[in-house]
Design a protein around this ligand. Structure first.
Ligand code: RB5
Length: 144
């Protein structure tokens, strides 16, 4: 079965989000948009928290968060115990975030990443499995 993907962010990521959703759907992913749903300034935690709740409850498998820098959404998402959110700016990092850290959310900074490059990172992230083993031992020690 295809992975269920949750996507959201703030006004900094709004344009990219609107292009990434149909692109992912064409590839067969089920995508749920957690907003924002129109242009204009919003507070990213208002969209990040509901998305993270939905991943923690296993309603969605993986998340994509996009704001201007990627940092606001990443910092917020990582307050959730069940979320491992990785700020990525390189395709290899996106792959390693899944393979080694079992990251379940990728965070992107639309103001610092071209759309095509963001899409490359997203595909690496969605198509890579967690390696487990010694990495599972480490991931198990993350939460405070
Ligand atoms: C919005 O201007 C910007 O601050 C936001 O998108 C994000 O970069 C915050 O971390």
């Amino acid at each position: 079965m295809s992975k269920k993907i949750a996507i959201g962010g703030d006004h900094g990521g709004y344009e990219y989000k609107g292009k990434i959703i149909p692109w992912l759907e064409e590839k067969g992913y089920q995508v749920k948009d957690f907003g924002p749903f129109k242009e204009g300034a919003v507070d990213y935690p208002d969209h990040v928290h509901p998305l993270c709740d939905a991943i923690e409850s296993k309603e969605y498998d993986l998340g994509i968060l996009i704001c201007g820098s990627g940092n606001g959404v990443a910092i917020t998402a990582n307050k959730h115990k069940g979320i491992r959110a990785a700020l990525c700016w390189n395709a290899e990092l996106a792959k390693l975030a899944r393979a080694h850290n079992n990251a379940n959310v990728i965070c992107l900074g639309a103001r610092f990443t071209g759309l095509e490059f963001a899409q490359t990172m997203i595909l690496e992230f969605l198509q890579t499995d967690f390696e487990g083993g010694r990495h599972q031992t480490r991931v198990d020690k993350i939460n405070c």
